[in-house]
Design a protein around this ligand. Structure first.
Ligand code: TRP
Length: 442
């Protein structure tokens, strides 16, 4: 059977943006920015996107497009009888870990969305406000698992429908819709009295932040939320034909990811400051602080409904790219159909997700790594170890295993200034920088 392909280059770009833009952009980026020098951090991050993110993105997509195979198969094809294919196993492993916890958090988002549809959450139900609602919900056994299962079922359904008919079609609808919803929310949030404080938190540059080493580590770490290092972009690249040029697409994807991160900040922080609430990071911000604010603002119920719809869309478009990584691998390895492969992989991930979910309830005392609960431990192994190693290995592969002319041809660049800069970055700068993040995060 012929290998599947994207219908259009735009379809590929939207799918890759869908992969990159996820829960990470909405609940992490703007907070990290605000706490690490605001506008100064944004500038630094943009520098990192151009210097490291986009070159690495281009590298990862090009490996897939050249080999036209999955994460493991691509290395076996391009470098037969060498151990480079281990890079692919880092990717497969990260995909299993990441989607197992991602689906649990996405399930929470669906639960909130559902309760905004019914109107239950227009006001915090019961004593203790949304803190009690959230804490009570995630610590239960079956309830959160039902929503995780529902989310996984949607992800599997899209992946089963195929690259063009499923993944591409879904992203062509989701991404423009997500942009529209977030822009509407941002305009509304900026119109609140006191919104200026939020803008200050996000944008006012604190240049002294540049003197703290942690800001660089944070900015570089944030890069991996571009979906780099896991093989999602490699696998998506493998469905591209050779006549589709890569550099423009890579720049577009990198810039749009940053755009979505900033616009999420414009939704969240003006509202947080307008209601004089101390911003916190991570799940409590999204599932406790924001609903509490929505409760107090005019039209807050509708705002909450749109917000959790947008959050669920962002999670879904990322999740399908993560499921596709092992799905494509098992299809080739065992000669399985797309249906059999994605249902099997998705079910295993759901099974792992049960542990993650129970880690907030009966197993909240289980802390595999340091004082991290099950979710944080899995995130730590994936984000701090496997993804950096995967990214490092990809850069070394293209920079050192390929000849320069092969590498340039793979990414559609010539041996001119532009091509030379990209090559130098991938060969020297990316490996050094990733090693620095890696060592400093351990
Ligand atoms: N890009 C998505 C996000 O930012 C998914 C993702 C990619 C991810 N790499 C990750 C999520 C590492 C958590 C950790 O949400």
């Amino acid at each position: 059977m012929a290998r599947e392909q994207w219908g259009t280059k735009l379809g590929f770009m939207l799918a890759a943006m869908g992969s990159a833009v996820g829960l990470g952009n909405i609940w992490r980026f703007s907070f990290v920015a605000g706490n690490n020098g605001g506008g100064a951090f944004l500038l630094l991050y943009l520098g990192c996107v151009f210097l490291i993110g986009i070159p690495l993105l281009l590298t990862e997509v090009s490996i897939g497009r050249k080999a036209k195979s999955d994460v493991v198969g691509s290395y076996q094809k391009l470098a037969p009888k060498t151990p480079w294919f281990f890079t692919g196993f880092f990717g497969i492993f990260s995909a299993f870990l990441i989607l197992s916890f991602y689906a649990v958090v996405a399930g929470w988002s669906l639960y909130y969305f559902f309760h905004y549809i019914t109107g239950d959450f227009f006001q915090a139900p019961g004593e203790g406000g949304f803190g009690a609602v959230f804490g009570g919900f995630i610590s239960q056994g079956w309830q959160p698992l039902f929503w995780t299962a529902l989310f996984m079922a949607m992800v599997i359904f899209i992946v089963v429908s195929g690259v063009k008919r499923g993944i591409e079609t879904a992203n062509k609808i989701f991404m423009p819709l997500l942009a529209l919803l977030l822009i509407v929310l941002a305009v509304f949030s900026l119109s609140l009295d006191g919104a200026m404080e939020g803008l200050k938190f996000l944008f006012q540059p604190d240049w002294s932040a540049f003197s703290k080493p942690s800001i660089y580590v944070q900015a570089l770490g944030e890069l991996f939320s571009l979906s780099l290092g896991m093989g999602a972009l490699l696998t998506y690249g493998s469905y591209l034909s050779d006549d589709k040029k890569l550099p423009g697409a890579a720049i577009g994807i990198g810039l749009m990811d940053t755009f979505f991160a900033v616009i999420s900040g414009l939704v969240i922080f003006p509202a947080v400051f307008a209601f004089s609430i101390d911003p916190s990071s991570g799940p409590p911000l999204v599932f406790i602080t924001l609903p509490t604010i929505f409760e107090q603002m005019p039209l807050g119920g509708i705002v909450g409904l749109i917000f959790f719809f947008a959050l669920s869309l962002a999670a879904l478009s990322s999740a399908i790219s993560i499921l596709e990584v092992p799905t494509a691998y098992f299809m080739r390895l065992f000669n399985w159909t797309r249906k059999k492969s994605s249902i099997t992989v998705g079910s295993i991930m759901f099974f792992l997700g049960i542990f993650v979910s129970l880690g907030f309830g009966v197993w909240s005392g289980v802390t595999p790594i340091g004082d991290r609960n099950i979710l944080d431990s899995m995130d730590y192994i994936a984000s701090n170890i496997l993804l950096p190693l995967g990214g490092l290995s990809m850069a070394l592969f293209v920079g050192w295993y390929f000849r320069k002319s092969t590498a340039l041809k793979a990414v559609d660049l010539k041996d001119d200034l532009f091509g030379g800069v990209w090559y130098g970055i991938v060969k020297f700068i990316v490996p050094v920088v990733i090693l620095i993040i890696f060592v400093s995060s351990l």
